[in-house]
Structure formats: C-alpha cells, structure tokens
Design a protein around this ligand. Structure first.
Ligand code: UD1
Length: 429
C-alpha cells in the first residue's frame, strides 16, 4: 500500500508502450476452466490478475506466471466452489460461474464484492444461466446453479452488460445446441474473449456486434493467445498528455478501440493521429471545454474514462457537462478534485457541470476506486505544486506501473510506500 506524489507542471513528451488489457485478461483467465492447457501472453501484472490466479489455483488449476505469460492447466480442477473471500475482493470473479457451470453443470458462488459505483446487480448473469436451462437458487449471499447439461437457447439481455454477455458466452460454449445472445455488449474485450475461445476450439461468432452466436462443442483443447492492448490505460495516458499540453506517442494501441476517446479529445482541441499500431497526441496549451458528453456502452464513450475526463476538463477553457449513463454513482473523484480547486457541480451523482478553472493546485487526496485514482494522478500532473494521491491499492488493480510510464513521459511522479494507512477493501471496477 502506498501513495503517489506528483509535482505538476511538466508537459509530457516521449513515448510508452501499452500493455495487455485488464478487462480482457480477467474473463479470458476465467475461460481457461473450460479447456485444458492455456498459454496467455501479454498479461498485465496488476493485482486483479494475481487475484484471478488465486481463484484458479483455489479451484485446482496449475498456474504459472512468467514475465507477462500465464500458463493455466485446468485439467486438475477439483472444485466448483468459488471462494467467498476472493469473490468479495473482485467483482469480475462472477465470470468464473459461466465456465464452471458449462463444464461441470454445477457452481457455487457468492455475491461479488461491495460496490463503489452504485448498485451493481448480477441479475442478468443469473437470468442468462436460467435461459440456458440451469436451476439457479440463492440462499442469502450464496448462489447455487446446476444443470445436468445446459441447452443452447435464445438469451435476450434486458440491458447491455459486458460481464453478463461474457458469462452467457462461457456457459454456452459446451452446451448442447446453438445459443443466440441478443442485445449483447459490443466491447472489444468480448471480441478478444471470442478470439481466445475460437483458438481453443469453440464455435463463437458475432462478438463485437449485438448478436453473438455460439454453437456448442463437446470440449475445448489447448490454446495460445495474446491479450489485446488496454484501451483504458491508453486513454488514461492520452488524457495525461492532454491535461499537460503535451506531445506523446503510445505504441501498441488499436485505433478503432480508442476512437470513442480520440473523438472526444478532438472536441477538446487535441489532435490524435493514427500511426502504425500507435497513436500520437498533440495538445494545445489549454484545452477547450466540451459542451456535453455522455458515457455509454461501446462504441459509446467508456465509463472507465469518465473520471479522467472530468479531471481533464476541470482546467479546460469554458463550461463542460459530462453525463454518466452506465453507473449510478461513479462520482467519488468529484469531491477529491474539489480539494484541488476544481469547480464541479454534481447533479444527482450522474451529471457533472464543470466550470474550467485556469489551473488546479496540489492537495492531499484519496483514491476511492481504480479510475478515481487515475483521475487524481492526472489532475496532479496539471496542477501547481505537489499532489499526494493515497490508497494506491486501487490504482494497482488496473495499472501495472503508472508512475513509471508517466516518468518515461517526463512527469514528476513518485510512488512511495506509505508508513501508516488504513486498509480499505479493494473494489472492482
Ligand atoms: C465491465 C468492466 C468495467 C466497465 C463496465 C462498463 C470488466 C472486468 N469490467 O464491468 O470496467 O466499467 O464493464 O463498461 O470488464 N447490470 C445490471 N445487472 C447485471 C449486470 C449489470 O443491471 O446483472 C448493470 C450495471 O449495474 C451497470 C450496467 O449494467 O449499470 C453495465 O454494467 P456491466 O457492463 O455489466 O459492467 P461489468 O461487466 O461489471
């Protein structure tokens, strides 16, 4: 547990390479329970990856992590019970339920960890299991799902959910017959999950569109896969470049995946240019306000970039409005940014009216969740004086070494192990 100390003012320049995606590696690791031996390259060394490995080992998988490559041998799985303490740490642990149910016809799970972004139910996940023929029962916080053999079905998602789409796909891979998921989420991470599954022998098509079709197969085999680059890490560094009026280049970025972010950066007066497997950013000295923008499921603007953009627009010229349309209460960064001099009015926790100030000032602030922490680090980069961002534990869930990457771009950011801090429970994002 530590804190970040940032002395603002430097215009970022130079280049960094973006690593593997958190939101792709977690479901793909969960998918390994369906197969035999999986070799997965480009895995980010973040705490959520380690937590997911703990779950795999708890189930009886043999897991090695060397460099950025994880090897999972799932042939020895001996349990269908997802441990409560690990599920409490990480919401995405629920994605194990679909794979275990699909492979063994049985899973015992717990309601995943407390929620920092407002209400985050799992009703869509459980409904998908039921539509595939599972009997799902809940006793307090424990979930029991069983089925002799899942049967392919038409699964209609009432609401677009990344996690529920992934869980439905994983449950359907070994089911008897064909499953059609309608109103599926279209996030690039679901496309990466499809790539992994197809390479392992599954028959999945349509990921990236709102209809995913899965033809059940008898079993999956060995597979080797490379995790896609993290578009949210890339977006965070682009926002860092923008907030400092910088000129930076990010290698290993899929432009299509970050286009919703690049388009909004253009609205703020920033130029993002596509290069071969890279993007270059050139920002003006002061950004323009964005009259109105809203988050939404892909290809909308990602909610995981909303806190960083709120920080970025806090010093833009003019008034901006950001509407958070995915989560009910993703606003913890707002009060922290106010400590740094930001002028943000928060309407019903989902709509932020931002009056751009000339500059923020350094302050002692706290990360309350992963992207809140990232937003505060960015705010510190653009502020006068020193900013201390506490509770690094949240940031470490999703950024392998944010301080080192920003240092490489010329920022003055130090990671310091804190002497005494309270011990918050990590919350999944
Ligand atoms: C994933 C991402 C997270 C991102 C989010 C939205 C991972 C590990 N996490 O989270 O970083 O912020 O997508 O892009 O990939 N909902 C229900 N019932 C359900 C499930 C979801 O009502 O059963 C609601 C949620 O409360 C939320 C919305 O659907 O309002 C979207 O959530 P969802 O797409 O499921 O997010 P996650 O998969 O948890």
């Amino acid at each position: 547990m530590g804190e970040y100390r940032i002395t603002g003012g430097a215009r970022l320049t130079g280049e960094v390479t973006i690593g593997g995606s958190k939101n792709a590696v977690l479901p793909i690791l969960a998918a390994t329970v369906l197969g035999k031996r999986s070799v997965i390259h480009n895995c980010p060394k973040i705490s959520d990856t380690y937590c997911t490995i703990d779950i795999l080992r708890g189930l009886g998988c043999d897991v090695g992590f060397d460099g950025h490559t994880i090897v999972v041998d799932a042939r020895g799985i001996a349990s269908h019970h997802l441990p409560e303490d690990l599920m409490d740490k990480m919401r995405s642990s629920i994605i194990f339920a679909g794979g275990l149910l699909g492979r063994f016809g049985l899973v015992v799970a717990h309601y995943p960890g407390g929620c920092s972004l407002g209400d985050r139910p799992i009703d869509l996940h459980l409904e998908a299991f039921r539509q595939l023929g599972a009997l799902v029962e809940e006793e307090g916080q424990v979930i029991y799902a069983r089925a002799k053999k899942l049967a392919g079905a038409r699964v209609v998602m009432k609401k677009t959910s990344v996690g529920a789409t992934q869980n439905a796909i994983l449950a359907a891979v070994l089911a008897k017959g064909t499953t059609t998921i309608e109103n599926a989420a279209r996030e690039p991470e679901i496309v990466d999950l499809q790539r992994f599954l197809v390479a392992a022998g599954a028959k999945v098509t349509g990921a990236g569109t709102s209809t995913v079709i899965i033809e059940g197969v008898a079993e999956l085999g060995d597979v080797e896969h490379t995790i896609m680059p993290d578009r949210i890490v890339a977006g965070t560094y682009l926002a860092a470049g923008a907030i400092t009026g910088g000129h930076i280049r990010l290698n290993n970025v899929v432009y299509e995946d970050i286009k919703p972010i690049a388009d909004r950066l253009a609205d703020a007066g920033v130029t993002v240019t596509l290069e071969e497997k890279a993007v270059a950013l050139a920002a003006p000295q002061r950004l323009a306000a964005i009259d109105y923008m809203a988050t939404g499921p892909h290809p909308g603007f990602p909610t995981d970039m909303q806190p960083q953009f709120t920080a970025m627009l806090a010093t833009a010229h003019g008034n901006s409005i950001i509407s958070e349309k995915v989560f009910d209460a993703r606003d913890k960064h707002v009060a922290e940014l106010a400590k740094m001099g930001a002028d943000i009015r928060n309407v019903d926790r989902k709509r932020f009216h931002i009056s751009g100030v000339q500059r923020l000032h350094g302050a002692v602030v706290e990360a309350h969740d992963l992207r809140c922490g990232a937003a505060l680090i960015l705010a510190g980069l653009g502020a006068y004086g020193e900013t201390v961002v506490g509770n690094s534990i949240y940031v470490e869930r999703g950024y392998e070494a944010i301080h080192q990457d920003l240092q490489a771009l010329g920022a003055d950011v130090k990671f310091v192990t804190a002497r005494s801090q309270n011990n918050p429970k990590p919350q999944d994002i």
